[in-house]
Ligand binder design. Structure first.
Ligand code: NAD
Length: 380
């Protein structure tokens, strides 16, 4: 049966965006936050999205009002009792999430689907905090969730087939695209993207200890020219936020080791509080200079793409995602024009040869069997 009422716990950046996405697909939302001011901001955010869409002629005032009217803000978990699904979006702190899940478990209806929007914490562990680990799933929305179509639907160790199917059905009900992901550190998109960024920055640091804005712009231009990414690594990192990136990279480095070492370009900027666009400067300060690709930039771009492709192949080989879902995720989650697998397949033997050349310089690029199979057309 399709869901009718969804509980969203946490009314911050993601919770309010998820509430908007859910309400705009016609479902009722119970939005829970311990902080009444956060709840007020969350509901105001839902209204503000509606007002913007009305101003742009994309929605009628009545529609915007109806969407906001479907969101009921409450400060008590008891409000979750009537929800078919609960999506948790409280801060990314394991102890806090554990505590919140114990509270949700007490309040939620026995049959409710339990979902967490964690970016990287263990869904399996969170599920085991409740008495119904089979009902727990990851629904990893991308920011801003009111706009972004991709949702990683993450299966933990205990997640049942029925739970997975319900998670995918909800995503479809929201008009979004779900990709199935088997739980692993970083899930799929962050794992692939952060590997690509780490490889790019590591190589950049090998080339030069200091990178000027002109050098970075040349590498960004080379990246856009050489493949399907919409922007280069330095621009992307500034957009994501260097602290967020460093945090995810640290976790993935701890989980996977040397593949996620990133040289030493990022850390000093984070230490200096230069966190990217949100602080008015990160790798770049002020305008990004116009630049054409140069040789150093092309080397950085090569590491970026081969890093992404290598990690994608590992994910597919480990059963984290199918080739098709990996491609969809990179296209919808990061704006690539084509996914890594399709991009590699289009090159025939070329991609494996490029990987082989890098493996000669750095053994971590050892050509994955999947990539060899893609080159010969024997992979599905
Ligand atoms: P946020 O800090 O903006 O919002 C968290 C909200 O949770 C706050 O309003 C806070 O008052 C509320 N909260 C704290 N303790 C609570 C409790 N005990 N009960 C109910 N509410 C409580 O955080 P965010 O950026 O929205 O992130 C939320 C989750 O989404 C995290 O797990 C994060 O990793 C994940 N995520 C974030 C992004 C992003 O771009 N911000 C993207 C994808 C996933």
């Amino acid at each position: 049966m399709p869901a009718e009422r969804v509980g969203v716990v946490g009314a911050g950046v993601m919770g309010s965006e998820i509430a908007q996405a859910v309400a705009s697909s016609g479902l009722a939302v119970t939005l829970v936050d311990v902080d009444p001011a956060a709840l007020e901001r969350g509901v105001a955010h839902v209204r503000a999205i509606g007002e913007r869409r009305v101003a742009r002629g994309r929605m009628s005032p009545q529609e915007a009002e109806a969407i906001a009217g479907r969101v009921t803000p409450v400060t008590e978990m008891a409000g979750l009792a009537s929800c078919d699904i609960v999506i948790e979006a409280v801060p990314e702190v394991m102890d806090l999430k554990r505590k919140v899940w114990r509270g949700i478990e007490t309040a939620a209806a026995p049959g409710a689907l339990l979902a967490t929007n964690t970016s990287g914490l263990s869904i399996t562990e969170l599920g085991r905090e409740t008495s119904r680990p089979g009902r727990m799933i990851g629904l990893h929305f991308f920011n801003p969730a009111s706009v972004m179509r991709l949702v990683e639907v993450i299966r933990g160790e205990d997640t049942t087939d029925a739970t997975l199917a319900e998670g995918l059905a909800l995503v479809e009900q929201l008009g979004k695209t779900g990709v199935r992901v088997k739980e692993c550190p970083g899930f799929l998109v962050n794992r692939v993207l952060v590997r690509a960024l780490a490889e790019a920055f590591r190589h950049a640091h090998d080339i030069a200890a200091e990178w000027t804005p002109a050098m970075m712009a040349a590498a960004d231009a080379a990246t856009v020219a050489a493949g399907p990414a919409p922007m280069g690594p330095f621009t992307l990192a500034d957009l994501v936020g260097l602290d967020t990136l460093a945090h995810i990279r640290d976790d993935l480095h701890a989980a996977y080791g040397d593949r996620f070492a990133d040289g030493a370009l990022l850390a000093p900027l984070v230490a200096a509080g230069r966190l990217g666009q949100k602080t008015g400067g990160g790798f770049y300060t002020g305008e990004r200079p116009d630049a054409e690709a140069d040789d150093a930039g092309r080397e950085v771009a090569e590491r970026y793409y081969m890093g992404a492709l290598h990690e994608t192949c590992l994910c597919v080989e480990e059963g984290v995602a199918t080739e098709g879902d990996a491609d969809i995720a990179m296209v919808l989650g990061t704006g690539w024009e084509a996914g890594p697998v399709a991009w590699a397949r289009a090159q025939g033997a070329g991609a494996a040869a490029r990987m082989e050349a890098l493996a000669g310089q750095a053994p971590r690029f050892a050509v994955p069997p999947l990539l060899r199979a893609l080159a010969t057309g024997s992979a599905a």
